[in-house]
Design a binder for this molecule. Structure first.
Ligand code: FEO
Length: 406
């Protein structure tokens, strides 16, 4: 069933309340997600994006109830990833000549996915498509937000920015507008989405925001391809993105560990005691990487000014959950954050070295020496861990102080 966005613009997507994992098992979607597709009825009728393949038939049935498919004049594909293009193969079987407006990279990607030579019309930033009634779609390339093929489009007259993945959230909701949902839930999902998907492209986010601002286009709605539509103060999410893209951090330290016989856990908890004793205003969070949602941990790292990661040595290496998390951390290219490594060992002190090396390679500044306990940490060692936590905060605060003076 379609839902009105504004005037002759409708949402015709799929709300996937059941979805719990996305990108395979890379991203947890505890509040489901939506695949937003939009239908514009003007003198020319336009379909913007489709839905994920498993919902293709349901989507086309719904779409057929709203418009005779042959009356779709143009299809716009803002991004070829299958969560948005998945219904195209079935749809194009029914309307094979309909032109698909998309970037050159999107054509490559669609051909790579579906091996079809549809009626592609390549577009670039500034190209326009007249829809009649004085309205036009203006195309704006947005490479890497989220893939090299991505683009936005802007509907003049109704002042709607269709931003595809950018400004989205994996958040399923019956009301489709930002002013009608729980704000805490909405922003929790929006920051998790930014932290886990867009962090590596922060410099491009900043540039794209500047570019859009310079276009001086009025924006009354931002319609992403996942989650709710921003209609009340739509630019609030653009301002948030500008903040998140600028080496974002709160006054927070996050400690992350895995443990076999609770030795590393005891070290982690003692470090947390030290951190807390040293600065009552610091938010300190502690996570066992094996027991917590990896994407929630990444979101906490994104919010942090510093992190400490620890695990025991196992097979001369590190534990599975920490290895997986560090791989994610490396790919996300966090900027301007500090770190340290800790752990336990029996025969070789290997784990802390591996963790420290990966953190360095991932762009973290190591501000404290590695902290390792041989065998089970005793009460003397745990006291040392408390002092280590206190010292970590001192180093952190003095480095913040130096930065503020420079
Ligand atoms: Fe929602 Fe990059 O696809």
């Amino acid at each position: 069933m379609k839902k009105t966005v504004a005037n002759n613009v409708y949402w015709i997507g799929k709300s996937d309340w059941e979805l719990r994992q996305f990108h395979g098992y890379e991203y947890s979607t505890n509040k489901g997600s939506t695949y937003n597709s939009y239908l514009i009825f003007e003198e020319k009728n336009v379909l913007i994006d489709t839905v994920f393949k498993p919902f293709s038939r349901e989507y086309i049935e719904n779409l057929s109830e709203e418009i005779e498919l042959s009356k779709i004049d143009y299809i716009v594909c803002n991004h070829a990833e299958p969560d948005h293009s998945g219904a195209l193969p079935d749809l194009m079987e029914l309307i094979p000549q309909t032109p698909i407006y998309c970037t050159k990279n999107c054509i490559k990607s669609l051909q790579g996915h579906y091996h079809k030579n549809w009626n592609f019309i390549p577009v670039k930033t500034g190209d326009k498509l007249s829809l009649g009634n004085g309205k036009e779609l203006i195309f704006i390339q947005a490479p890497m937000l989220h893939w090299p093929d991505s683009m936005f489009c802007y509907l003049s007259g109704d002042n709607i920015l269709f931003s595809n993945d950018a400004f989205g959230q994996h958040y399923c909701s019956e009301p489709i507008f930002n002013d009608l949902v729980d704000q805490h839930e909405l922003y929790s999902e929006a920051i998790k989405y930014y932290a886990n998907i867009l962090t590596p492209f922060s410099k491009l986010v900043t540039k794209k925001i500047e570019e859009i601002e310079n276009l001086n286009l009025p924006v009354d709605y931002i319609c992403p391809s996942h989650g709710i539509i921003w209609r009340e103060e739509p630019l609030q999410i653009v301002r948030k993105y500008a903040e998140w893209a600028d080496n974002y951090q709160q006054n927070q330290i996050t400690v992350i560990y895995d443990t076999m016989y609770n030795g590393t856990r005891a070290i982690a908890e003692s470090i947390v005691n030290g951190l807390t004793l040293a600065d009552k205003n610091m938010t300190v969070k502690l996570y066992n990487a094996a027991k917590n949602d990896k994407n929630d941990i990444i979101t906490e790292i994104f919010k942090s000014k510093a992190i400490l990661i620890g695990c025991p040595t196992v097979n001369n290496g590190i534990m599975y959950s920490i290895a997986g998390l560090l791989e994610m951390v490396k790919g996300l290219k966090f900027q301007g954050k500090k770190a340290a490594a800790f752990g336990c060992y029996g025969w070789h002190d290997t784990s802390t070295k591996i963790i420290e090396d990966v953190l360095k390679e991932s762009g973290f500044e190591i501000v404290s020496e590695r902290l390792s306990a041989i065998w089970e940490p005793d009460s003397n060692f745990l006291d040392k861990c408390i002092d280590y936590g206190k010292q970590f905060v001192t180093v952190l605060n003095s480095s913040d102080f130096r930065k503020s003076r420079s």
